[in-house]
Ligand binder design. Sequence first.
Ligand code: ATP
Length: 351
Amino acid sequence: MAVVEVRNLTKNFDGGRGHGHVRAIDGINLATDEGEYLVLLGPSGCGKTTLLRTIAGLEEPTEGEVLIGGNVVNGLPPRLRRIAMVFQSYALYPHKTVLDNIVFPLKAAQLDKAERERKARWAAELLGIEELLNRRPRQLSGGERQRVALARAMVREPQVFLLDEPLSNLDAKLRASARDELRRFQQRVGTTTIYVTHDQSEAMGLGDRIAVMERGRVRQMAPPVEVYDDPADTFVATFLGSPPMNLVPRDGHLVGFRPEHLLPENLVPGEQKIRVPFTVDRIEHLSGDRHLYGTVHRLGEETRVITRLPATVTLPVEAGEEHTFAVAADRLRFFDATTGERSEPMPLREG
Ligand code: ATP
């Protein structure tokens, strides 16, 4: 049974006087597996937070159903949904100690003091913050505050964690370690988690599956490797990957390939390759790799392509030069030029 399921979910907001409505969620269906880490990924405004808030019960759906543990929870207030939410602002009580912050949600649960503290210490130990229990939030780093917020969410032993960009206030270095910690923690407690981010490396690193969203819809929901290697459409293909997937128009299709797969021919594995002649416009050096920005000229049309050469490739390249690189045929992906959706592979002739 899915821990969280949404069926045909739509959420409209009033767009303000004379502006009709905004459709933040547009007919979404999805279901999590038991213990799964599902990441909602998409650009700003695509509806990630609204979807999370609707699952939490902070918003009522316009249409459709939310199920938690197999039960329809529409109309049920958030506190009765057995969910725990952590937002980007952790909203800790500044005047309470860490311990009091963590036990706070248990006050309503009619547990005695000793039992509340036992739970708080259990959560604090799991998150490595036992030493901080007597401090106040202003005496903590951003990462420590995040852990306190998580501990507070954990003590209620929720069926589901709903996390909305919980790492966005942290600096890059702390973010990486907090991400790692979050994942290990979730693996230990095994609680189903839905995690919102617009950061693709966070999504790739954390998710068992990623739901890639755009304009209130889920474009693809699949494990990270699959979303990256086999994107369902050109939106997903270009949203993921930095630089994004190249798309070259050919015979009513768009032929897609990742920048790291367009390489000097002798480095391309396999028998079947497609050669791509291009002019180098610009070169960027990024942590040892070279990104070549180029233009393909074909049948009077110009298409931009990007290749990513690893540091091990020493081939000299200058802006303004013409090069012919190649892509292994099994690395090519095909999309319908009109709809942008994934299509069947087609045979490509040279040239
Ligand atoms: P971000 O990454 O920027 O946080 P998001 O993907 O979480 O974005 P949402 O916050 O869910 O996006 O917003 C989805 C759409 O709904 C946006 O167009 C937003 O302007 C609109 N929206 C969200 N909340 C409201 C509201 N209370 N009233 C009106 N419109 C809203």
